[in-house]
Write a protein that binds this ligand. Sequence first.
Ligand code: NAG
Length: 325
Amino acid sequence: MVLIGLPLFVSAGRDRDCLQAGDTCSSDDGCSPRLRTLRQCVAGDGSVKLGPGARNQCENAVTALLSSPLHGCQCKRGMKREKNCLSIYWSLHQSVLHGLSLVESYPYEPEERGFDYVRLAYMAAGEYEVGITTLNRCLDAAKACNVDETCQKLRTEYVSACIQPSARSGPCNRARCNKALRKFFDRVPPDYTHQLLFCPCTDMACAERRRQTIIPACSYEDQDKPNCLAALRICRNDYVCRSRWAQFQYDCQPSEHVASGCKQDNYAVCLLAYTGLIGSTITPNYLDNSTSNVGPWCSCSASGNHREQCDDFLEYFHDNICLSE
Ligand SMILES: *[C@@H]1O[C@H](CO)[C@@H](O)[C@H](O)[C@H]1NC(C)=O
């Protein structure tokens, strides 16, 4: 398929925010009833079987909305009313229902915040600094975070949320911990978060510290490992998680034909999409303290005849050349 979606998004203007586009549509007599129809069509994730008449109506609504401001709208990660925005985005993109395939697209607007690409590149190359013998770069990253007010504040917030025992939910309150983690990774500039989470390690102490960054005892590990497809199903039922996963698939799509290993050839956005999954039902983390392998806390054993589909999901983390480069 031709990527005709891209130039459209690059020139994205003000109306590209789905909340604003939704408002514009709602105040338009032609657009408004169609959006309402579409929302009814996609209610229940397409699980409700539509009769031929309703199906036809849904298809007409989609076709009409393709030439409205809703077409091509996106959301900002961590924005106010993110879930509402994403629900508008997905109402048009649940194309399974209408069989109309929209151009390849992704839910989040490209990050406009300044990125310290140079520093990130240095870090990735592992030549961040040379000096005293074995430096623990993860420790350095933690120190850097402490100097930045937002980073320090939100890090303290998630750490305390993730280590606080709770009367009702045992050693920690996972939901609260995850919420605080999402806030940290959505609001703190990636310069800091990426330094913390992707610091290069050559020894176990460093790798262990890196693995502990997200307080895995609360945010990640569990008594049992659920099946990955079951975890993904829960994720897809939540607009935010579904969007983070879609964005991750898009930005971290591996390719052997690009030197970076990433089809989008942008390693920094892949890392950003990765951190977008932290605090969700498919939170990824380092699997141990002797490698840089990452993955969500789930398994593909007992997948029955969905084994292949499940392995494909895990491979997006385990064997993804874009992510591991
Ligand atoms: C690395 O992980 C192993 C297994 O979980 C653990 O026993 C060991 O203490 C860890 N090493 C460090 C340096 O934390």
